[in-house]
Write a protein that binds this ligand. Structure first.
Ligand code: 5GP
Ligand code: ZN
Length: 114
């Protein structure tokens, strides 16, 4: 059993509602949705933050963002709009230390987020 929660999902050890499965990227429903559409897009390899992933492989986050858009298309919110969020570090309330892009939409997303 892997120690990282999201590595556990990648390994199939922890169940998740997968909505997109690519060679290097996985997308699954957030367990505590904050919007009608709330999906997490992660890299299959473990990187702690978006910055770590970018440093390790400059093209990887592009695949994450492209997958996030495909998720939004499939959810029917690509045209109406959606928000992508990479919480990074304690002040941003990053609770899972494995890079993940929140895809949020299906309602008016307020700004600033608070
Ligand atoms: P963060 O706060 O680190 O930016 O976001 C972590 C996200 O992971 C939260 O939105 C939380 O609801 C979600 N999450 C935590 N544990 C699980 C889990 O076991 N399965 C799924 N699908 N999402 C989870
Ligand atoms: Zn991990």
């Amino acid at each position: 059993m892997t120690e990282c929660l999201f590595c556990g999902i990648v390994a199939g050890e922890i169940p998740a509602t997968v909505v997109r499965d690519e060679e290097r990227v996985l997308a699954f429903a957030d367990i505590q949705p904050q919007a009608p559409t709330h999906v997490l897009v992660i890299t299959k390899d473990h990187h702690r933050t978006a910055a770590d992933a970018a440093a390790a492989d400059p093209t990887l986050l592009g695949e994450v963002v492209a997958a996030a858009h495909q998720v939004a298309e499939k959810a029917g919110i690509a045209a109406s709009g959606y928000r992508l969020v990479f919480n990074t570090g304690p002040d941003a309330n990053q609770t899972v230390p494995h890079v993940h892009c929140h895809v949020l939409g299906g309602r008016d997303m307020t700004w600033p987020p608070g």
